[in-house]
Design a protein around this ligand. Structure first.
Ligand code: SF4
Ligand code: SF4
Length: 172
């Protein structure tokens, strides 16, 4: 499937994915982190962010103070000027980009102009390999509509857990 198709999929399977995430929230599997991390590795072996760039095109990372300091310094800008020029405060009180696509994103080749000193949140996206996935299940669900890798991870996990349920019980 093409990346765009994976992004279309959550629109068709929205209810199914929501049900799956609710189920995980109601009954946390012991190996939830392992389930996600294993799929994350598998899916990112196949998906190349340089052929996608959808997160940089459509959403904004959070810029923490330490990010702002570092990036402004590298760009030889004063911090208040950097904030005025690129950032705004969102509903949660965090600094985010004024607009999307990100001002540092190059649409020609999907690269980041500040890659080596980009915000930490950019390096962590889409968060499917972090600890305590249970805490970010809602975020993960909403990321299925932004990131084809997350769409694929959630869709495939839903299928696997469904298959597990259908397997006949084995005798001990
Ligand atoms: S800073 Fe770089 S990685 Fe982060 S959103 Fe902008 S272009 Fe993407
Ligand atoms: S993290 Fe997801 S949305 Fe961002 S470029 Fe990679 S595959 Fe695309």
């Amino acid at each position: 499937m093409e990346y765009q198709d994976w992004l279309e999929l959550p629109k068709q399977t929205k209810d199914k994915n929501k049900k799956f995430i609710t189920k995980l929230k109601n009954k946390k599997p012991k190996n939830l982190d392992d389930m996600f991390h294993e799929k994350h590795e598998e899916v990112f072996e196949d998906i190349d962010c340089l052929k996608c760039g959808n997160c940089c095109k459509t959403t904004s990372p959070i810029f923490r103070e330490v990010d702002i300091k570092r990036i402004a310094k590298k760009l030889r800008m004063k911090e208040p000027d950097f904030i005025d020029y690129y950032l705004k405060i969102d509903g949660d009180g965090d600094y985010v980009l004024q607009e999307a696509p990100c001002a540092f994103f190059d649409e020609q080749d999907n690269t980041c102009g500040i890659y080596d000193f980009r915000p930490a949140a950019c390096g962590e996206y889409p968060h499917t390999n972090r600890k305590n996935m249970f805490q970010i299940l809602d975020l993960t669900l909403s990321n299925t509509e932004v990131c084809p890798a997350v769409a694929r991870i959630v869709t495939e996990l839903e299928k696997v857990t469904n298959m597990d349920r259908k397997l006949p019980r084995t005798r001990d």
